[in-house]
Design a protein around this ligand. Structure first.
Ligand SMILES: C[S@@+](CC[C@H](N)C(=O)[O-])C[C@H]1O[C@@H](n2cnc3c(N)ncnc32)[C@H](O)[C@@H]1O
Length: 273
């Protein structure tokens, strides 16, 4: 039964269409957290909405209302707690597990198809550098679905680093190294050792593109994330690549998902000859 149908008779008819038709659920049968956006018109009904979300999704133990956009260096949302419960959960994706508390560190379940796509491109024996790794979901996907030789993941948020280490253990990954630090400091220490670099910071990764190129072997690939407007999703990102690395080739373009109204999160795959 849809959330709107559950709430008919609770939320007045004229406001029912404002009840969100989608929400993000992070977690699994062992417990999940639901994240929902509720418009101001539904302020008086927010707790009823949270109750309906929990009733409709039996594994949900906490319901959080997203307030504003992602902010700060750690790219976190502010949340209003509508249904109090544990927010540390184990999210199950494609046969692997991601332990995360979305109130403490970035995580988006909506990036899972992109994780599959990136993992499918990793060749046997590759050395992968994963910058801005958060709880390291791309590293886990690559380690479990491909056959890399080594993955090095770098994250600044101490909670991200903690969950990254937990996730390598949880998924029995032995060939990944977690580094707690600032990419600006760590990347220059890792020069020319990698076949593939992931730059997963759509708002600002371009500033680190020169450092990422330095980390890459010849014939290596960078997965470069950026934001693009609906009318020309890749234009700005491609302009940046041409400016910073004129001899590089863009060999892949992908709209990862919606980011904001009229704005997409995009990925360019950049080949360094
Ligand atoms: C958009 S999130 C992506 C996280 C992760 N790759 C994922 O897909 O779930 C970017 C991450 O970069 C981290 N970050 C931001 N600035 C950083 C820096 N200078 N050095 C290392 N990590 C940084 C943030 O804390 C955040 O976890």
């Amino acid at each position: 039964m849809s959330l709107r149908r559950r709430l008919s008779g609770v939320v007045p008819g004229e406001l029912l269409e404002k009840v969100p038709s989608s929400l993000e659920i992070i977690g699994s049968r062992s417990g999940a957290v639901a994240i929902i956006e509720i418009p101001p018109e539904l302020e008086n009904y927010k707790f009823a909405i949270a109750k309906a979300v929990a009733e409709a999704n039996k594994h949900v133990r906490a319901v959080l209302r997203r307030v504003g956009g992602r902010a700060g260096e750690y790219r976190l949302y502010n949340y209003e707690v509508l249904l109090e419960g544990p927010t540390e959960v184990i999210h199950k994706e494609h046969g692997y597990y991601i332990k995360v508390d979305p109130t403490k560190v970035f995580f988006s379940s909506r990036d899972q198809t992109d994780r599959l796509d990136v993992a499918s491109r990793v060749g046997e024996g590759e050395r992968v550098l994963y910058l801005f790794a958060g709880v390291a979901p791309y590293a886990v996907a690559i380690a479990k679905l491909a056959k890399p030789r080594l993955i090095v993941a770098v994250e600044l948020n101490p909670w991200g680093f903690k969950y990254m280490v937990d996730n390598f253990r949880l998924n029995k990954i032995k060939n990944a190294v977690a580094i707690h630090g600032d990419v600006a400091v760590v990347a220059p220490l890792l020069r020319r050792k990698f076949d593939r670099v992931l730059l997963t910071l759509p708002l600002g990764a371009y500033k680190y593109l020169p450092a990422a190129l330095e980390c890459l072997e010849k014939s290596g690939v960078i997965h470069f994330y950026h934001l693009g407007k609906e009318e020309d999703p890749f234009g700005e990102a491609e302009g940046i690549v041409t400016q910073i690395c004129p001899h590089c080739q863009v060999v892949g373009r992908r709209v990862v998902r919606d980011y904001a109204p009229g704005v997409y999160k995009v990925r360019l795959d950049i080949y360094k000859p």
